[in-house]
Design a protein around this ligand. Structure first.
Ligand SMILES: [Mg+2]
Length: 241
C-alpha cells in the first residue's frame, strides 16, 4: 500500500563535517606540537581558538578546482592558523598539514553513524546530506562508505549556495520530493545548521558531541543513537515537537 502523506516517515537530512565525518587527527591536533614535533608548535587549544577567529572572519579556504592550487590555498590557511595560534611560522609544516587535510583517506565517520543510518533506513526514512564543502566531499563519502546511504547529496560549491542560506535546504527538500516541514535537519553548528534549517522551514536538531552548547534551547542530541527514536516520534506527531 502506498503510504499517505500523513503516515509517511519524515526525511532526515544531515550536515557532514563534525556531524557524520571528521578529519583524523583534527586540524588543531594536526597543527599542534604532537603532530609537528617542533619546539615552535602551538597547543591544539590555541589553534582551535585561532580557527574560530579565522572562521568568524570568513577566512576558510574557498574551493579550488585545480588540485595544486587547492594545496596552496590550504597551505596558506594552515600557516595562518599556525601563526595565529602562537606557533612558529613554518611553510613546510603548513604544507604537510594541508596535504593531510586534503586526503580523503584521513577522514572517518563517527562510530555511531553507520548504525544510525541503518536504523533510519530500516524505518523507511529518506536520507539526505547538505554540506558546505568542496566536490571532493564525494571522495570522502566513498572512502568512509557513507555515500550509498543517501537519496540526495547537496554540496555547496556544486550548487552555488551554502548554508545557512534557505535555498540550499530548499533544494535538498525538492530533490527528495518533500516539504521542508516533513524534514529533520541534524547538524553540529547552531549558526549554520540549526538557524539555517529553521529559517528554511525544516525541523532542526543540534548534534552537540562535545557539549559546546549546554544552554541551547531547542532539540539537542549528544550522539546519534537516539535519533531514530526521535525521528519516529516526529513521524507520529509527538507533541514535544
Ligand atoms: Mg559541521
Amino acid at each position: 500500500m502506498i503510504p499517505t502523506p500523513d503516515t509517511q516517515p519524515v526525511a532526515v537530512l544531515f550536515d557532514a563535517a563534525d556531524t557524520l565525518i571528521e578529519l583524523s587527527p583534527a586540524i588543531p591536533e594536526l597543527l599542534s606540537a604532537t603532530w609537528l614535533g617542533t619546539d615552535g608548535a602551538p597547543s591544539a587549544a590555541a589553534v582551535r581558538e585561532a580557527l574560530w577567529q579565522i572562521g568568524t572572519e570568513g577566512g576558510w579556504p574557498d574551493d579550488e578546482s585545480d588540485p595544486v592550487a587547492r594545496v596552496e590555498t590550504w597551505t596558506r590557511f594552515c600557516r595562518e592558523a599556525l601563526v595565529r595560534g602562537g606557533g612558529a611560522d613554518s611553510a613546510p609544516a603548513a604544507r604537510r598539514a594541508a596535504q593531510h587535510i586534503l586526503a580523503p583517506e584521513n577522514y572517518r565517520c563517527f562510530p555511531d553513524v553507520p548504525h544510525c543510518l541503518e536504523r533510519l533506513r530500516a524505518n523507511g526514512h529518506q536520507l539526505g546530506l547538505v554540506s558546505n564543502f568542496d566536490p571532493w566531499l564525494h571522495d570522502i563519502l566513498s572512502s568512509t562508505g557513507l555515500a550509498p546511504w543517501f537519496d540526495t547529496i547537496v554540496v555547496s560549491s556544486e550548487v552555488g549556495q551554502e548554508k545557512p542560506a534557505p535555498a540550499i535546504f530548499a533544494l535538498a527538500c525538492e530533490r527528495l520530493g518533500r516539504l521542508p516541514s516533513d524534514c529533520l535537519f541534524v547538524g553540529d553548528s547552531v549558526a549554520v545548521d540549526v538557524e539555517g534549517a529553521s529559517g528554511a522551514g525544516l525541523h532542526p536538531v543540534l548534534l552537540d558531541r562535545y557539549g559546546r552548547f549546554p544552554d541551547f534551547p531547542g532539540t539537542q542530541l549528544a550522539m546519534l543513537d537516539f535519533l531514530p527514536t526521535l525521528a519516529a516520534q516526529f513521524k507520529e506527531g509527538n507533541p514535544t515537537w
